[in-house]
Design a protein around this ligand. Structure first.
Ligand code: 5RP
Length: 236
């Protein structure tokens, strides 16, 4: 690890390093997406090279698949593997009940499918991701391109009746163009401020036509490994 890392990167690395120790020879492992998950992929790549660790890896994004291959991890398709022992991924927010907001990197759909297809999901995060109530981080919702402005209106209208502080939905951009997910869809970020009932919201969002999946992960995460800027780690 470089001495030049910022405290936040030290925290991400520490969490990823600890979680990489949960991976055992022969396991089928889901690899998350984002900067914290990138540290994990790096740590696992080192174990593959140094210890001859053998795993069947499934990536949650094209970005992670590319990085994994670069560090010597062979990537398989979930269609072939079907079920995993363990998925390790980052999060944008987590609460006391281990519920999450994910999708800051735009990979929430594949991340949710892979995590749900795993016996265990471990989240790795720096300590800034811990919140009392989910919702300060804009909630990503993956939507079909067809009728997206209508989906946006329907979502904003639906949010008016719920226990949230805001109802604005903004299309995610990549430069001047709409952001496109690995599945060819777009993302609407919901600026909610505070989510009073995340369990209810997760169910209702997916009832809106045009919504493919939302970034609320309820009852999916089993363990959180939190890293701190001084390099210490807490697991719960
Ligand atoms: C990607 C995600 C990421 O896990 C989340 O955005 C956290 O990213 P980072 O580790 O870079 O803070 O959900 O879709």
């Amino acid at each position: 690890m470089s001495a030049d890392l910022s405290p936040i990167d030290i925290a991400k690395f520490a969490a990823a390093k600890r979680a990489s120790g949960f991976v055992e020879d022969g396991m089928r492992v889901g690899l998350g997406t984002g900067s914290t998950a990138a540290w994990l992929v790096k740590c696992l790549g080192e174990r593959v090279q140094d210890e001859g660790l053998e795993i069947t890896a499934v990536a949650t994004s094209s970005q992670t698949a590319k990085q994994a291959q670069e560090v010597g991890i062979k990537v398989s398709s979930l269609n072939d593997v079907k079920w995993l022992d363990l998925t390790i991924d980052g999060a944008d927010e987590y609460d006391d009940e281990l519920n999450l907001i994910k999708g800051g990197g735009g990979a929430l759909l594949q991340e949710k499918i892979v995590a749900t297809a795993s016996d265990r999901m471990i989240v790795i995060a720096d300590s800034t991701k811990k919140v009392a109530t989910l919702g300060a981080f804009p909630l990503p919702v993956e939507v079909l391109a067809f009728g997206m402005p209508t989906t946006q209106l329907l979502l904003e209208e639906m949010l008016n009746g719920l226990d949230v502080m805001g109802n604005k939905a903004t299309p995610r951009m990549a430069g001047d163009a709409l952001f496109v997910t690995d599945e060819g869809n777009h993302i609407l970020d919901l600026h909610l401020g505070r989510i009073g009932n995340a369990r209810q919201l997760a169910l209702i969002l997916n009832q809106v036509p045009g919504v493919v999946e939302n970034g609320l992960f309820i009852d999916i995460c089993d363990v959180i490994v939190t890293g701190y800027g001084d390099g210490t780690v807490e697991t719960r």
